[in-house]
Design a protein. Structure first.
Length: 168
């Protein structure tokens, strides 16, 4: 009985080694794959909602555009509304693209030549219930899906592009 089990082990060990070697060889890329040119494609990743400098897309041209940044560590929003600095709190659910901006307060500088209606700008931020990000554009919407404001990410294109290698 002992001799039969030794013979089986002597036979099984080399067979296992040969099958393992064949398996590893089969997983190697072919010479054609190794020599094939690689295609590189730029893929535009969605810009993150938080930690991004969002510049207001206004129809009125200004050298000092309104913007905001959502600061994730403190759940705070900070920004500039065309004349005054503002700050507040926010919550969001990225899976359902829900946002809630609240308790906005601002400095009280008088700017009679301001191009942007600050009151309306801040009200639209607080009315926002949903958001959508496509590339480097953020759209804030109310509950009914009506667009309240649109923003463009500042200097985000290079940071959020990824090169993917695509093999034939």
């Amino acid at each position: 009985m002992k001799n039969n089990s030794i013979k089986r082990v002597k036979f099984a060990l080399p067979l296992t080694f040969i099958l393992s070697a064949l398996g590893l060889y089969a997983c190697q890329p072919s010479q054609e794959t190794m020599n094939a040119p690689q295609k590189t494609q730029n893929v535009q990743m969605a810009t993150p909602l938080e930690q991004t400098h969002w510049i207001f897309n206004s129809s009125k041209k200004t050298n000092d555009p309104a913007y905001f940044v959502l600061r994730s560590k403190e759940n705070r929003i900070t920004g500039y509304s065309g004349c005054n600095r503002f700050f507040g709190q926010y919550r969001h659910n990225s899976k359902e693209t829900i946002i809630d901006i609240q308790n906005l307060a601002s400095t009280l500088m008088a700017c009679p030549n301001s191009v942007i209606n600050e009151y309306e700008f801040l009200q639209n931020l607080e009315k926002a219930d949903r958001y959508n990000i496509k590339g480097n554009t953020l759209t804030l919407m109310d509950r009914q899906g009506k667009t309240l404001a649109s923003f463009t990410a500042k200097n985000q294109t290079k940071k959020h592009q990824t090169n993917l290698n695509i093999f034939n």
